[in-house]
Design a protein around this ligand. Structure first.
Ligand code: AMP
Ligand code: ZN
Length: 418
């Protein structure tokens, strides 16, 4: 019986850990989604639990894109009401959350300010610490949460790589620690999600998440037609659809000319627009073909540039990335099944790990679909990390930040040591 007893300091430690149980309110409105979430944090080394999350999205389908003033008005109308719903259901006035986390940037200033003002008010009224969170850090750290489709994968460990691909950003980030980030590849024009949305609109698709609609269109193409499309070469226009959809930056290289470590997604849209101008509206087969090829070539371009980057910084290059065992794929576009499949099979990630003899050394992390697109849970998760590990909170005079590079997380005003 004696052997079941644990040392005295074990019980002290458990008691101490349970004292750290706290509740977190998170708010996000950096673009067109109004999101709030309530999280529970029990043990220091365990990820928080989601009590509830609510989300409302501005419908911009008639406007052909998000209009910043409409988004500002939408959040003014929506965010406080969503917090009120949580407050009523969980009695937040009588037992307020212990920490308030809110997106500070990057994003549209009008959108950001709606929830930041509210978060400041709540922090003041409830006398609780406020954390002004970096939106992209949220997209990355959300992969610390358990994943429904990858239940056996433990959270990623530093150093790791993160491919962030959303409607506003597309970048490959190298994270040495929570605060040391290096952007290895960025887009030189528009984001992958923006490009997919605009291409889908040119193809006549309607809705709010056009990248997702494009995926649905491609998923519904019969297998025999897909096999036929596979045989069509689009490296030039000499094909029966008369369209060129080639990999940007891929071509004959001179050994002395360094590879461009950039993403570029604008050319896909202009190619489709030019085709439409020259040949008129697309018939159904051409529409299916372009949808299939654009999605495929755009993802291939991302993988092609990441492979060049791994070559440059991996085992055969300067060795910067040696030891990376985890790759996180986040942002709305990362919910695309085809992209997930291509990343898992086409990345040359064996070059990342010196000891790696087998592919299984590198783990891909794909957050659950509803946590890939903008949400407040990710802001809560990142806020908790800032509070617990970096031990900082934000002052009540922080302002929204429209452009906030990921590698400048702590280089902005308003951080207070706790
Ligand atoms: P975010 O900016 O992270 O909220 O993500 C929104 C972007 O992700 C939009 O451009 C969407 O069109 C895109 N998106 C969402 N779901 C998918 C999908 N399944 N495939 C491709 N793009 C998607
Ligand atoms: Zn986002």
């Amino acid at each position: 019986m004696y052997r079941y007893l644990k040392p005295r300091n074990y019980y002290l430690r458990v008691a101490h850990e349970f004292r750290r149980c706290y509740k977190v309110l998170a708010i996000e409105s950096s673009c067109d989604d109004s999101c709030v979430a309530l999280l529970d944090k029990y043990l220091p080394l365990e990820p928080p639990k989601i009590i509830e999350q609510l989300k409302k999205t501005l419908n911009s389908s008639a406007k052909g894109g998000v209009v910043p003033t409409d988004a500002h008005e939408f959040h003014q109308y929506t965010v406080a009401d969503l917090v009120f719903k949580l407050s009523k259901k969980y009695d937040l006035n009588d037992s307020p959350p212990d920490l308030i986390c809110c997106t500070r940037g990057p994003g549209m200033v009008g959108s950001l300010s709606s929830s930041l003002q509210l978060a400041k008010g709540l922090a003041l009224a409830w006398d609780r610490p406020l954390i002004g969170v970096h939106h992209m850090l949220g997209h990355i750290l959300v992969s610390n949460l358990p994943k429904a489709q990858q239940p056996d994968i433990p959270p990623p460990k530093f150093p790791y790589l993160s491919l962030l691909c959303s409607g506003g950003h597309t970048m490959l980030v190298f994270l040495k620690s929570l605060t040391e980030h290096e952007i290895l590849i960025n887009t030189c024009d528009i984001a992958a999600g923006d490009s997919l949305d605009k291409c889908a609109r040119e193809l006549g698709l309607t809705g709010n998440m056009l990248g997702r609609e494009l995926e649905k269109l491609v998923d519904n193409i019969p297998q025999s037609t897909l096999e036929d499309f596979e045989l069509v070469n689009t490296n030039n226009r000499n094909n029966r659809f008369k369209i060129q959809l080639a990999l940007p930056f891929k071509g004959p290289k001179h050994p002395r000319v360094p590879e461009r470590l950039e993403f570029s997604f604008a050319s896909f849209l202009s190619t489709i627009q030019q085709h439409k101008k020259q040949f008129g509206e697309f018939d159904n087969l051409t529409k299916q073909f372009i949808a299939y090829k654009v999605q495929n070539v755009l993802f291939k371009h991302m993988i092609d540039r990441i492979n060049v980057c791994i070559q440059k910084h991996g085992l055969l290059g300067d060795g910067k990335l040696i030891g990376v065992n985890d790759i996180i794929c986040s942002g709305g576009v990362a919910s695309n099944k085809r992209l997930r499949e291509m990343l898992s099979t086409e990345l040359k990630y064996k070059d990342l790990n010196a000891e790696s003899g087998s592919n299984s050394m590198v783990k891909f992390h794909f957050p659950d679909l509803e946590l890939c697109t903008d949400n407040a849970v990710m802001i809560g998760v990142a806020g908790i990390e800032i509070y617990e590990r970096i031990k900082k909170k934000s002052s009540l005079n922080i302002l929204p930040i429209r452009k906030w590079p990921m590698d400048k997380l702590l280089d902005v005003d308003g951080w207070i040591d706790i």
